[in-house]
Design a protein around this ligand. Structure first.
Ligand SMILES: Nc1ncnc2c1ncn2[C@@H]1O[C@H](COP(=O)(O)OP(=O)(O)OP(=O)(O)O)[C@@H](O)[C@H]1O
Ligand SMILES: [Mg+2]
Length: 380
């Protein structure tokens, strides 16, 4: 097993596209790092540079302490699983898994024991004699993972391996990959554009945008302490609500004002944003921090608002309600627990838990509350 380290890595493709910019990243030995971000942000390019499938324009990549910039892919001791798992259609499952080892001239008995061990681990032993067209999507995906496992690589690289599967199977395979990571204790880098997948899988998650890594943290670290409006909006489902407005000094306190909405900020939060009084900011409140007034008594009365219910989605354990302010200037989503049963087209009283709010600079969109000792969200 091995640590993977990217030191100031950039990639400029022929033609000038800057796909990856100054990325510093350490994946500790035996840990699983998820790279997440919107389409085109440079996730695959980063992974392919680790694999050796793309040249590195600038910077260094180390695997197990060895600089691998000029090491051929086959000598890097990595195995990669792609989205289109590309099994050889004319070969059995057994031979698909054995193929790479045969090429590398492993002894027959060694190949056999590795293939059978991997098949057992992935619960595909009964399928070894089948051909790919006789497999379901999930089974084919497992064979693709098996092909990587038999190599006993130091590092596993996954590039959106589950995106061809339907939603239910994806959840199941996600659990299996997490379990696999635990059992093999291998270093893994997992690329996805799905933030839910990132949050459930990664012990560490790196959020990318436009070729830059914006933040690396644990899933809860990202959720509670996003460095910027982008990260705040990307992590969490439904996404955080953002209101654009101004901070106003109100006696000893600070309040946030936007078109037909005013919210009082609690003391801790006010302290970390005081330097921005009078300036334009984005206030972020997660749907789960907006409550049915009836079940949230301990709220500052000034942060109770009457909003109009546009759409109600009862999901069982919780209910999503899409709300609109009086002059329709603000759309807001609230995630209510199952005790609430709002109806469509009604005036509905919600309580904003401002202690969980985030405040972002109106221009740079960087968090003003990040790193603050007890600024609202920063207290967790
Ligand atoms: N071979 C190439 N030549 C030139 N530009 C490329 C090449 N491959 C990718 N790019 C560009 O580099 C940027 C990053 O692409 P990359 O494939 O790494 O994104 P990604 O984050 O994996 O996206 P997705 O989620 O859609 O897979 C994009 O702007 C893309 O158009
Ligand atoms: Mg990609």
């Amino acid at each position: 097993m091995a640590e993977v380290r990217l030191d100031n890595v950039s990639k400029v493709y022929d033609g000038g596209v800057r796909a990856v910019n100054d990325v510093d990243l350490t994946v500790e030995d035996g840990s699983l790092l998820v790279l997440v971000g919107p389409s085109g942000c440079g996730k695959s390019t980063t992974l392919r540079m680790v694999a050796g499938l793309e040249d590195i324009t600038q910077g260094s990549i180390y695997i197990g302490g060895r600089r691998v910039n000029d090491v051929l892919p086959k000598n890097r001791d990595i195995a990669m699983v792609f989205q289109n798992y590309a099994l050889y259609p004319h070969m059995t499952v057994y031979n698909n898994m054995a193929f790479g080892l045969k090429l590398r001239k492993y002894p027959r008995h060694e190949i056999d024991s590795r293939v059978r061990d991997a098949a057992e681990l992935l619960e595909i032993s009964p399928l070894l004699a089948r051909r790919p067209k006789e497999l379901s999507g999930g089974q084919a995906q497992r064979v693709a993972v098996g092909r990587a496992i038999v190599r006993h690589p130091k590092v596993f690289l996954f590039d959106e391996p589950l995106s061809n599967l339907d939603a239910k199977l994806r959840v199941q395979m996600r659990v299996e990959i997490a379990r696999l990571h635990e059992r093999l204790g291998a270093t893994m880098i997992y690329v996805t554009h799905d933030q839910v997948e990132a949050m459930t899988l990664g012990s560490k998650v790196a959020v990318m945008k436009d070729g830059y890594v914006l933040q690396i943290d644990t899933p809860l670290g990202l959720y509670n302490h996003p460095v910027s409006k982008f990260v705040a909006g990307f992590i969490g489902s439904p996404p955080m609500n953002f209101l654009q407005g101004t901070l106003v000094q109100d006696a000893g306190a600070v309040r946030f004002e936007c078109k037909d909405m005013t919210l009082m900020l609690p003391e801790g939060l006010a302290r970390s944003v005081r330097s921005h009084v009078g300036q334009s900011v984005h206030l972020g409140v997660r749907p789960e921090d907006i409550h049915d007034r009836a079940f949230f008594p301990e709220v500052d009365e000034q942060n109770v608002k009457v909003l109009h219910t546009e759409v109600v989605e009862p999901l069982g354990a919780e209910t999503l309600v899409y709300l609109r302010s009086q002059s329709s200037a603000q759309d807001i989503v609230a995630k209510l627990d199952s005790r609430s049963s709002p109806r469509v087209n009604q005036e509905f009283r919600v309580a904003f838990d401002a202690s969980k709010a985030h405040v972002f600079d109106g221009k740079t969109e960087e968090s003003l509350t990040y790193g603050a000792e007890d600024g609202g969200a920063a207290s967790g």
